[in-house]
Design a protein around this ligand. Structure first.
Ligand code: GLV
Ligand code: MN
Ligand code: MN
Length: 432
């Protein structure tokens, strides 16, 4: 009988998977694999095969999450879950989310190749629709797994009039039994992700250990003015919804800058969706719709921002002689805190492999924020070139990715063999 080998990451195999998945993109707008689209389903078909090839039993849960499960020596122990998401923003990168799913598969293959039987069941997950979907909601699958996908959210509609609930069913979920997606058996959740910022690159540190994930709040605002002739209507008689939108965009940027300077953690705000109608060169905009995305590490700073945005947009509407016809908080999370023991274990594992680490907060949202509501959760960040993300230019060095994956592997081995705490399934961290 041959001696047992230590499980190890095959960096080339991991890299090959990421490049292969990158090929599954809308051809004209690389790299695009929007959740619920035929291309997304193609990606999932490819992933399911990879899960199965790695020796996992593959299933979709009621929330549309793709899950692979590895048999365990002691199936009664809590599950160690690893993964991220395979959907992308329009014209996004090849690593955001996918790196975490591919690294999780590679960890499982490392166990298989070494003939290493885990004590705990290990599951690899590809969460459904982490990016803001065409239904206006992000983290759809992880919300379902945390029991936070509410009925009113399931009724959100896309431009074609399809409800989110129907779309989840269409991709293999089971909305009638959505409560079954909620998990109470996860002992630990770990997510590898690219940093999507430039702190690690600038400080020359190998890996980031995430302390907290900033909250994500999205507010939809609508202004209602009046369409009139752009050539004949005197300036003082206009009711231009576009002017109110533009003033709001400026206010959001200035107010966010002011609050970021308060020194109470990460704070940013972006007006990422702006639509005016009728959107014609010679017509005064009658309507304007904005979606503002706000990230905050401190809840009170966020509350203050929302209050001033509310008051200020009413004043802006009045000054532009339009109505503020809509104000809706489309989605909202709370800042999530990563589990202190998992943070420590991730840091120790990285350092034992010779990698330097930095504790850092995440400005980007992640599925881990929702899973932290039901299980101890931790994240490891891999540096990405110039911090670029949500763009085709997103790039990660293969060695950096391998370092992150090796750290994930080492952490899971330590979790699997440590005495009692791996069985904790306590609810902690973020709430909603
Ligand atoms: C996820 O990509 C986010 O918007 O933070
Ligand atoms: Mn993203
Ligand atoms: Mn992501």
């Amino acid at each position: 009988m041959s001696a047992p080998r230590n499980p190890r990451i095959d960096s080339e195999r991991l890299w090959g998977d990421i490049m292969a998945l990158g090929e599954l993109t809308e051809p004209d707008i690389p790299y695009t694999r929007r959740s619920f689209s035929p291309m997304f389903l193609k990606g999932r078909e490819w992933l399911s095969q990879r899960f199965a090839d790695a020796g996992m039993a593959v299933r979709l849960d009621a929330g549309g999450n793709l899950i692979g499960r590895l048999p365990a020596a002691d199936p009664a122990l809590g599950t160690i879950m690893i993964g991220s998401h395979s959907d992308s923003v329009p014209s996004g990168g090849r690593f955001d989310g996918i790196a975490g799913v591919a690294a999780a598969i590679e960890v499982v293959r490392a166990f298989r190749d070494a003939g290493h039987l885990m004590n705990h069941p290990v599951e690899v997950v590809d969460f459904l629709a982490e990016e803001p979907s065409e239904f206006g909601l992000s983290c759809v699958g992880s919300r379902a797994m945390a029991g936070r996908l509410l009925d009113d959210m399931l009724a959100y509609k896309n431009a074609a009039g399809e409800a989110l609930g129907s779309a989840i069913d269409r991709v293999g979920g089971d909305v009638a039994n959505i409560a079954q997606a909620r998990r109470g058996d996860i002992a630990s959740f770990l997510e590898l992700h690219i940093e999507q910022g430039r702190v690690l690159e600038d400080t020359h540190v190998d890996l980031g250990i995430v302390s907290a994930i900033a909250s994500v709040t999205r507010v939809e605002i609508q202004f209602e003015g009046r369409a009139d002739h752009a050539g004949t209507t005197p300036m003082h008689l206009r009711r231009d919804a576009g002017v109110a939108a533009a003033t709001t965009i400026s206010f959001v940027a200035a107010e966010a800058e002011r609050r970021a300077a308060m020194g109470r953690g990460h704070f940013v705000a972006t007006t990422g969706v702006v639509t005016v109608s009728p959107n014609a060169a010679n017509v005064i905009p009658a309507n304007a719709r904005l979606i503002i995305d706000i990230r905050a590490e401190d809840d009170d700073v966020l509350e203050g921002f929302l209050e001033s945005l509310d008051a200020q947009t009413l004043a802006i509407a009045q000054a532009a002689s339009v109505g503020r016809s809509g104000w809706k908080i489309v989605s909202r999370t709370r800042p999530a805190h990563c589990d202190p023991q998992l943070r420590e274990l991730l840091g120790q594992s990285a350092q034992s492999l010779g990698y330097s680490v930095l504790d850092m907060a995440s400005g980007a949202g992640h599925d881990a924020a929702f899973i932290s509501m039901i299980a101890p959760s931790g994240m490891v960040f891999v540096p990405c070139r110039e911090g670029r993300s949500h763009t085709p230019e997103e790039w990660v060095a293969p060695e950096a990715l391998a370092a992150g994956a090796a750290t994930l592997l080492e952490t899971i081995i330590r979790l699997d063999t440590r005495p009692a705490p791996a069985n904790r399934t306590s609810t902690q961290g973020a709430r909603q």
